[in-house]
Design a protein around this ligand. Structure first.
Ligand SMILES: NC(=O)c1ccc[n+]([C@@H]2O[C@H](COP(=O)([O-])OP(=O)(O)OC[C@H]3O[C@@H](n4cnc5c(N)ncnc54)[C@H](O)[C@@H]3O)[C@@H](O)[C@H]2O)c1
Length: 256
């Protein structure tokens, strides 16, 4: 996919990884819609992008991805503003074992909803122009984690959904590539959640395990992960791919 003049929609992009993904698209000459529940930070990020990449290339829409009406509105506004939709990145995510149902709602249910809405716009076999969906999973999509069983379940779910939908897209000639991105620890606010009992709930006692893992494996920067994001979008051969990014091995793929 040639990213110049594409239109990308990224959820949870006020800060952290989503912001880095949005910036990588802007650097390639695309236009982006960033949506996030955090309105104040989203507006700051849009203003920053306007200054750096020129006004009118970034739109910010306040959205709680767990609300289907709000999510539908984001897709309509994206097409109204920029005339098309080529890329969806399902990035919004939380780590909360206390409100574990919400963790599943944000990390998995909303990702499924948004993927279906994107397919409605993109499917070539239904008159769309094709496109690309990237679902942000994690290394938690492969390994168990005592401090975060439900977060881990949500990310395992993201991989199963992504690989299955990619197969449907290929067999059904949707013309949409659907891939997953699995970084190990990245230097963003979500890492802070492991320091708080209100996030980890009864698993708070295992917080030192995860801190030891961070020490052992190291922490990536969002820009490292954005490089993988761009590779998944630009390589037209990738569908159903599961890209892993770690400090030791860099960008590589899971072979199932
Ligand atoms: N940082 C890491 O170590 C790491 C590693 C692997 C995967 N991930 C995944 O990367 C993604 C991005 O996380 P991050 O690391 O940038 O953390 P982050 O906390 O900085 O960013 C998450 C963003 O999602 C937004 N968000 C949360 N709930 C939302 C909702 N209901 N509706 C809309 N937006 C919502 C937040 O406001 C925030 O801007 C998540 O899916 C996370 O699970 C992160």
């Amino acid at each position: 996919m040639i990213l110049k003049n594409c239109v990308g929609l990224i959820t949870g992009a006020s800060q952290g990884l989503g912001k880095a993904f949005a910036e990588s698209l802007l650097k390639k000459g695309a236009q982006v819609v960033i949506c996030d529940i955090n309105q104040a930070q989203g507006e700051i990020t849009r203003a920053e992008f306007d200054l750096r990449y020129g006004p009118g290339r970034t739109a910010f829409i306040t959205c709680d991805v767990t609300s289907l009406p709000q999510l539908k509105d984001v897709f309509s506004q994206t097409v109204q503003t920029f005339g098309r939709l080529d890329v969806l990145c399902n990035n919004a995510g939380i780590n909360n074992e206390n409100s574990w149902e919400r963790t599943i709602s944000v990390n998995l249910v909303a990702l499924i909803q948004a993927s279906y809405l994107a397919l409605d716009h993109m499917r070539r076999d239904r008159g769309g122009k094709g496109g690309s969906i990237i679902n942000v999973a994690s290394m938690s999509g492969f390994v168990p984690a005592a401090h975060a069983p439900v977060y881990t379940a949500s990310k395992h779910g993201v991989l199963g959904f992504t690989r299955s939908l990619a197969e449907a897209s290929s067999l059904g000639n949707y013309g949409v590539r659907i891939n997953a991105l699995c970084p190990s620890f990245v230097n963003t606010e979500i890492l802070e959640t492991v320091n708080h009992e209100e996030n980890l709930g009864i698993f708070y006692q295992f917080k030192d395990n995860v801190k030891n893992l961070m020490q052992a494996f190291g922490v990536l920067e969002p820009s490292d992960v954005a490089n993988g994001f761009v590779q998944l979008l630009e390589d037209d051969n990738l569908n159903g791919a599961v890209m892993k990014i770690t400090t030791s091995k860099g960008i590589h793929f899971e072979n199932y």
